[in-house]
Ligand binder design. Structure first.
Ligand code: F3S
Length: 419
């Protein structure tokens, strides 16, 4: 790789051993991907926050960087950790595990991160601008920031993301390059009307189907409603990045690099076309729905973390009702969004109903202790429908926001729920 004078100084250790370690790793990674140079980044988002992702070895790596004087060199947000620092005891986390999470949390604070502990940093202090190079990880956030905002990032590996935040540099490869951002496969929606896309769960199921079919190609979607909201694109981003490896999509007429079909494909005409019908989406939903009992053990919302608007809608729906005994209702968000919701009175409405607002973490990043194995979850999240069965051994029923609240209140899966 060609290095600038300052990057060469970093590599020689003239700005400290921590920075030297970070750039050494990035030079090796850049070589593997055939990068010719580094790009400076203006901000970073670190995924490697959960102890269940990086374990003791990863914690020691972050501590090593700190010990050697490293700090993040650009504004850096961070993903959910593996515990809710306030309510972890109610969430089945052991003392020993909480101590490990706290050790990692302290290391990151010393590194200088902005302690957002959220997988939706774009709704919480970190909002890049169009065309900006950033170094982000966390699959839903990468997909969202590339596609909906039009900033540029690759899906960086855990701990490499930390090195980028420290060095303020990322190897120039993949989605940082114009050519790699061109659409590669067209999904044409057929037979839908605007009423087909009322709730985020509709976007989650469609996103999962698109991701699963596109695998690692850049999908272009034609036919989404003009009124599609950011939270709905968030649900789509997360599900497409879970059903497949989507890190960038173009929604024609909606996302900034796709004002037209031609622009989305960078003028290319020879692409595969896949028609998506309501029947195909229904079939996808059936495949995600593995729940085989009426009784609901857990209703999980907030994968990715919920926005203020989403919490508001849940609060209005559940106000004056009570969560069914024997059913848990977890609503995951960031601490800053929680604080806003608290000011607005929504936290009180939700907690009075007996639901739990989970902050700084999410169930899939928590300690693996078998608590949920074999249980039946209701969720509106396509990503949770993929991860919770794989990580926690649960069964899933997908539902829209009202169906989720109804399931929490009745303890019965949505098809059967009557309030
Ligand atoms: Fe976020 Fe956890 Fe889902 S990190 S995207 S809530 S699996």
């Amino acid at each position: 790789m060609q290095l600038t004078e300052y990057e060469q100084e970093m590599l020689e250790g003239r700005h400290g051993e921590g920075l030297q370690t970070a750039i050494e790793i990035l030079v090796k990674m850049g070589g593997l991907y055939g990068a010719e140079r580094f790009l400076p980044v203006k901000n970073a988002h670190i995924d490697a926050a959960a102890f269940t992702t990086i374990w003791d070895a990863g914690t020691e790596f972050v501590e090593y960087l700190v010990e050697k004087g490293a700090k993040v060199s650009v504004p850096t947000t961070i993903n959910p950790m593996s515990m809710d620092t306030r309510r972890w005891r109610e969430q089945y986390t052991s003392e020993a595990f909480a101590a490990k999470c706290e050790r990692l949390r302290q290391a990151y604070l010393k590194l200088g991160v902005n302690p957002t502990w959220t997988c939706a940093p774009y709704q919480c202090t970190n909002v890049p601008v169009f065309g900006e190079n950033v170094s982000w990880s966390e699959s839903n956030a990468v997909n969202y920031v590339n596609s909906v905002i039009g900033a540029r990032t690759e899906r960086l590996p855990d701990l490499v993301d930390v090195c980028c935040a420290v060095a303020g540099r990322v190897p120039e490869y993949g989605l940082y390059l114009d050519d790699d951002r061109a659409g590669e496969i067209l999904f044409a929606l057929k037979g839908f009307d605007d009423s087909s896309f009322q709730d985020t769960v509709d976007y989650a199921i469609l996103g999962y189907l698109v991701g699963e079919t596109a695998i690692n190609r850049v999908p272009v979607i034609l036919g989404l409603p003009a009124g599609t909201m950011p939270d709905q694109l968030k649900a789509f981003s997360a599900a497409a990045a879970s059903g497949g490896a989507t890190s960038l999509f173009h929604a024609v007429g909606l996302t900034p690099e796709a004002p037209t079909l031609e622009a989305a494909f960078h003028g290319k005409k020879d692409y595969e076309i896949v028609e998506i019908t309501p029947e195909a989406v229904e079939e996808m939903k059936k495949r995600l729905n593995t729940g085989d009992t009426d009784q609901v053990d857990m209703v999980l919302m907030g994968c990715p973390h919920l926005s203020f608007q989403e919490i508001k809608e849940i609060a209005c729906e559940i106000e004056g009702k009570k969560v069914h005994e024997g059913t848990e209702f977890w609503i995951q968000t960031s601490h800053p969004v929680y604080e806003l919701a608290d000011l607005a009175g929504y936290v009180a409405a939700i907690e009075h109903a007996g639901a739990m607002l989970v902050r700084d973490t999410c169930l899939m990043e928590m300690e693996y202790n078998g608590v949920w194995k074999g249980k039946h979850f209701v969720t509106n999240s396509g990503k949770a429908a993929q991860y919770a069965p794989a990580i926690n051994g649960v069964k899933i029923t997908m539902a829209d926001m009202k169906g989720c609240v109804a399931a929490a209140v009745t303890g019965i899966r949505p098809e059967e729920a009557s309030l």
